[in-house]
Design a protein around this ligand. Sequence first.
Ligand code: HEC
Ligand code: HEC
Ligand code: HEC
Ligand code: HEC
Ligand code: HEC
Ligand code: HEC
Ligand code: HEC
Ligand code: HEC
Ligand code: HEC
Ligand code: HEC
Ligand code: HEC
Length: 420
Amino acid sequence: MRLRSAFALLLAACLLATTVLAQKPAAPAVPKPPTSDDCLACHGDPSATGANGRSIAVSADKFGDSIHGQSGLACVGCHADLAKTTDFPHAEKLAPVSCATCHDGPAAKYDTSVHAQARRASPTSVAAACKDCHGTHDIRPASDPDSPTHHLNLPATCGRCHGNADIIRRGRIAIGDVVTEFQDSIHGQALSKSGLMVAPDCKDCHHAHDIRRKSDPASPVFRTTVPATCGKCHEGVERRYLTGVHGEALGKGRPDAPVCVTCHTAHRIQRTEGATWKAQVLAECGSCHPESIRTYRDTFHGQETQLGFLRVAACADCHGAHDIFAKSDVRSTVSPARLVSTCRKCHAGANDSFVKYDPHADRRNYARDPWLFYASKFMEALLIGVFAFFGIHTTLWASRAVKPGETRSSRPDDGPRSEE
Ligand code: HEC
Ligand code: HEC
Ligand code: HEC
Ligand code: HEC
Ligand code: HEC
Ligand code: HEC
Ligand code: HEC
Ligand code: HEC
Ligand code: HEC
Ligand code: HEC
Ligand code: HEC
């Protein structure tokens, strides 16, 4: 019984103690974090400057319109080292803002990028950090037309560095100004002039956060990944390319197989009707198929294109552009079964005998065409013979003509006589 009452007493004492403790005001122990208004009391003044004269003004309106202002984030959400500060003014130097505390997904991707690598390697690097692409107090989602990451604005955002000669030099960006090139390309024009949301901006080919060098196999612009990157939009072309000889050679790991950008370039992509581009791609085919372009140059089509007339047949007009096959393959546009219809695209009257004309006739190749070989040899011999004969003739005549005292003009009876 004594034990029981002692226990009850102890219990009552405990209860009393807890109640008293609970009633103690908590406020002084955990200070309330400063609100944005607290900060804006000083920073809201547009003329506010720090010790070294730099502006420390923050526009309350711009911040209010930003995604963070809109979602009720306070200044100390980002300037976290001031979250427990009560006495102002605060320390002069504050910790840099870490966006990663709330956005770990994009931050983890960014950490693998060439930009993050460059910044880790050198604290003075001019490579992009979060705020270079997103801003600081005026951050908006990419869907907002005023955001620097909006589809139509991104080329200019990357262009602040990749189109800036000074940063290209300081950041040692080997490829140079790609942004001016891109703006003039079919894709750049589609964005800036036609406002085409389905045309690619930089991130569609490079990603937004995990941007890597083209030599990095994980990059979307790594050589063997390029067809898939372009193929996100040009799926039909990618599929044709992959079935053709070039796609097949790429699949086999051949380092000399062309990918989309070998023929089209990466940032200077043009509409494929233009004469300049046609001439360029012809030269490009020739850089890997030197024999074919040499023999082509000897033919009517080749000579015309060399003069700049591109209405005649260039390589792709006969072979196709993406689904190119060896001539022995029945799918080839130059296979015996399909050749007539290929020439008929331009020569309406083409028939079996017309296509006997060899578009790669090679006068140096006996095996390919003995007639042409001998005809060409005969023509060469004739040409040399004619030149040799007239060369000797002229030399002999000239030596006779300059003999002193025997020139026609030195004779007294030379020249036209007057009638008087
Ligand atoms: C009493 C005025 C005052 C208040 C209130 C105030 N600041 Fe400041 N703040 C300053 C001054 C002055 C500087 C400039 C310090 C310097 O460069 O000498 C400054 C600088 C800063 C900087 C730049 C620091 C750096 O490392 O360059 C940040 C960020 C900042 N304040 C954030 C805040 C935030 C967030 C709040 C609210 C929690 C806040 N301030 C409240 C006066 C104030
Ligand atoms: C989304 C995060 C974020 C929020 C929210 C935020 N800031 Fe900042 N603030 C930054 C970043 C990023 C910088 C650039 C310096 C750095 O990287 O640390 C910066 C810099 C500053 C500076 C230094 C001057 C300057 O403009 O570079 C001041 C002052 C400042 N902030 C005040 C404020 C005030 C006041 C608020 C609230 C109204 C606020 N910040 C809210 C991210 C933020
Ligand atoms: C604040 C400046 C800045 C911005 C903005 C910027 N970059 Fe960069 N970028 C750099 C610098 C500097 C390098 C060179 C880093 C190095 O190699 O050390 C670089 C490197 C690159 C590389 C690798 C190039 C190489 O030479 O290996 C690519 C690709 C790239 N950036 C794409 C982009 C894209 C796409 C955007 C826009 C979404 C962008 N960058 C925005 C500064 C910037
Ligand atoms: C080189 C430019 C660039 C840099 C640097 C960059 N971003 Fe982005 N970020 C973008 C672009 C472009 C988008 C829009 C992506 C889209 O529309 O698919 C984006 C989207 C976002 C989004 C919204 C979509 C999402 O993926 O959740 C967040 C959040 C974000 N970035 C945070 C960050 C943070 C945090 C950092 C720094 C660690 C950072 N970004 C660095 C360009 C950049
Ligand atoms: C304290 C947490 C916090 C910090 C720190 C923070 N953000 Fe945010 N951020 C948010 C919230 C909350 C949203 C709005 C909700 C959402 O849409 O994800 C947001 C939205 C965004 C968006 C738009 C996302 C979208 O859906 O398109 C971007 C971009 C962004 N933040 C970038 C940044 C950058 C860059 C920094 C660093 C300068 C930063 N944030 C720092 C919390 C934060
Ligand atoms: C249609 C796809 C596409 C678009 C859009 C695009 N690029 Fe590229 N970019 C590439 C490809 C592919 C390469 C690799 C080129 C090569 O292999 O010669 C490349 C290379 C680069 C490089 C050099 C990378 C290295 O490692 O050397 C930089 C920097 C770059 N691009 C920046 C940009 C910027 C900035 C934009 C936006 C203005 C942009 N690119 C738009 C496809 C694209
Ligand atoms: C061997 C060079 C070469 C390669 C590799 C190549 N193209 Fe082409 N591409 C051409 C030529 C030549 C044309 C013009 C065809 C014509 O005039 O009929 C063309 C045309 C196009 C067109 C316009 C539509 C059309 O067919 O006329 C698109 C789009 C295109 N290419 C995208 C791509 C993509 C995407 C890839 C990679 C999957 C690629 N190209 C690979 C040479 C090439
Ligand atoms: C985000 C989608 C997208 C990606 C990725 C893309 N393109 Fe395009 N491309 C387009 C659109 C849309 C057009 C049509 C623009 C127009 O007609 O104004 C176009 C046009 C073209 C043309 C001109 C076609 C013609 O009619 O002559 C070529 C060539 C081309 N792209 C090649 C490429 C190559 C090569 C790549 C990869 C390095 C690529 N594209 C990546 C969307 C894309
Ligand atoms: C970057 C080098 C490169 C470029 C540019 C290139 N090719 Fe090829 N081409 C190849 C390779 C590699 C093969 C596969 C040869 C093999 O299998 O032995 C090939 C095969 C062919 C074949 C099949 C005949 C054969 O020898 O197997 C034809 C036809 C052909 N290419 C035509 C073209 C045309 C037309 C163009 C321009 C529109 C072009 N090529 C541009 C590298 C190239
Ligand atoms: C007027 C149509 C025509 C033009 C233009 C043309 N070709 Fe051909 N090409 C043919 C025909 C037909 C054959 C098959 C003839 C043969 O070798 O028996 C052929 C054969 C080839 C072959 C060998 C194919 C194989 O399977 O062995 C290659 C490679 C080739 N062409 C590349 C080119 C290149 C590169 C160009 C541009 C410089 C070009 N061609 C221009 C019609 C053309
Ligand atoms: C893209 C269109 C085009 C294609 C395809 C084409 N040609 Fe031609 N070809 C021309 C043009 C244009 C001329 C110049 C005609 C003229 O000036 O009368 C020409 C001229 C010729 C000539 C010399 C002039 C003549 O009319 O006799 C021959 C031979 C010829 N082509 C054969 C072929 C053969 C064989 C093929 C198929 C393997 C072919 N061409 C495919 C456009 C083409």
